[in-house]
Design a protein around this ligand. Structure first.
Ligand SMILES: [Zn+2]
Length: 462
């Protein structure tokens, strides 16, 4: 048994039921789980390891609910810089088709290094291309080395151009191959227990790249094994037009028709959603991965975040793939969510009476989306807040820095309103991953060198 004591923090933000923020707060951890939370004087004096975090704010580890790690290899590609979703995808599919298993591993570590330094301790990833012998295993094993909790989504594409889909036939697979691999991955890696480092999710890519039969069969397997389902939904108006034409439904009705609604389903984006569809999400328990930077970058639209929260829909945040953001900074995404929600409130307020206009999303509400919200979306009850019995997943940021100067009267607001910073400490399951700003599990300069070499090779053939 090993114990860890955190003490003397400037502020410990619990995100518990009462949303307690404890001045001079601390934690006592045993074997990766929190045993005590409270003011430092209420905690034991001794532990195997002691972190004295005076001058730091401690936050629950943030949860990223949507990403494509491999896209860190194709950030800011010239031909895709100024494209909307469908053209952006058509430009990038052939480049992605050149990836190797090593590229998957490298890009996984790059994305996770960036995420963990931005405050993320649990990440969901959606890998839906497996070229040149690549497997989801390449990502899972690379992630274990970094030490971040991973919800690895077995993505898939089965509807190629020749069948009326968007992706070229060269990057799609048959339903049989996809389903057999899904079962193999669940049986090999999925851990349903508290404290799990790896969970598997089934995630056919999007309505315009997947056959109806694959959607149905994936749902069946997911329910048989008790794993979650994830896909892109209602991201753009092009997708809505595609669904109406191809399936005779709007995107949400199409999901209902293939048994893709329920508390075990979450959708990325969900920008173009009407009031009845929000009610479907609330009533059935579907979650939403809100990705404001990606939606802005690709000019997709603004998701109805306020309506989701008002209706009681579970919402988490996603940085989305690093080719449509182009960063994996989760704290920056939480700030972006707050700012975009405010812009939308202002735009709506101009045409509504003041009682009907949405209130401005607060710093604490946005932090809640990134922590408790993300945990709920992924179906985790063991993360998302700092409470007795939960995983010891937390980060700490030194408040005495240039970027926060003048904002120390409210450290939570400082973190959310001021320019996004990197964390100084990250602890995941009681294990120190970042110490004084240094990522202990990855040689970052070496990783960047390998990553840049891989990215240059992918683009070279263009
Ligand atoms: Zn995405």
């Amino acid at each position: 048994m090993t114990t860890l004591l955190v003490r003397n923090t400037s502020m410990l933000v619990t995100m518990d039921e009462g949303r307690r923020e404890i001045a001079q707060g601390g934690l006592f951890v045993r074997d990766g789980f929190i045993e005590q939370v409270g003011p430092t004087e209420s905690l034991p004096d001794e532990a195997d390891k002691i972190l004295d975090l005076r001058g730091h704010i401690v936050l629950p580890g943030m949860v990223n609910t949507h990403h494509h790690f491999y896209q860190t290899l194709t950030r800011a590609v010239t031909a895709a810089q100024n494209a909307n979703l469908f053209n952006w995808l058509k430009t990038l599919y052939p480049i992605w088709a050149r990836m190797t298993p090593e590229d998957i591993a490298i890009s996984t570590q790059t994305a996770l290094a960036e995420l963990v330094l931005s405050g993320c301790t649990t990440a969901s990833d959606h890998l839906y291309l497996f070229p040149n012998g690549s497997r989801l295993d390449d990502e899972i094993l690379a992630a274990l080395e970094v030490g971040v909790r991973l919800h690895a989504s077995r993505g898939s594409m089965s509807l190629g151009e020749s069948q009326g889909g968007l992706p070229p036939d060269s990057v799609v697979d048959t339903e049989d191959v996809i389903l057999a691999d899904s079962v193999r991955l669940i049986e090999r890696y999925h851990n349903p227990n508290p404290g799990a480092m790896t969970q598997i999710v089934l995630a056919p890519c999007s309505p315009f790249s997947v056959t109806t039969e694959l959607m149905r069969q994936s749902a069946k397997i997911a329910r048989q094994y008790g794993v979650h389902l994830h896909t892109h939904l209602a991201e753009t108006q092009d997708e809505e037009a595609f669904c109406r034409q191809m399936f005779g439904h709007r995107p949400v009705a199409y999901m209902e028709s293939v048994d893709w609604v329920g508390p075990d389903v979450w959708f990325a984006h969900s920008v173009h959603i009407n009031q009845e569809e929000i009610a479907v999400f609330a009533h059935t328990g579907c979650g939403v991965a809100h990705c404001p930077s990606s939606n802005m970058r690709l000019a997709s639209g603004i998701a109805p975040l306020w309506e989701y929260l008002r209706a009681g829909v579970k919402v988490g945040l996603g940085v989305d793939g690093s080719a449509s953001n182009d960063g994996s900074h989760l704290l920056a995404e939480a700030r972006q969510a707050m700012l975009l929600a405010r812009l939308r409130a202002g735009l709506m307020g101009a045409s509504l009476s003041s009682e009907d206009a949405p209130p401005l999303l607060t710093a604490r509400q946005s932090l809640e989306l990134a922590t408790r919200g993300g945990a709920a979306v992924l179906g985790r009850t063991d993360i998302g807040s700092l409470e007795v019995g939960k995983c010891a997943d937390f980060t700490a940021i030194n408040l005495n820095r240039l970027g926060y100067a003048g904002a120390l009267h409210d450290p939570v607001a400082a973190v959310m309103f001021c320019a996004p910073q990197a964390v100084d400490w990250s602890v995941i399951g009681g294990r120190v991953i970042v110490e004084n700003g240094e990522l202990l599990t990855v040689d970052v300069p070496h990783l960047v060198e390998r990553h840049n070499r891989a990215a240059a090779r992918l683009l070279q053939a263009e």
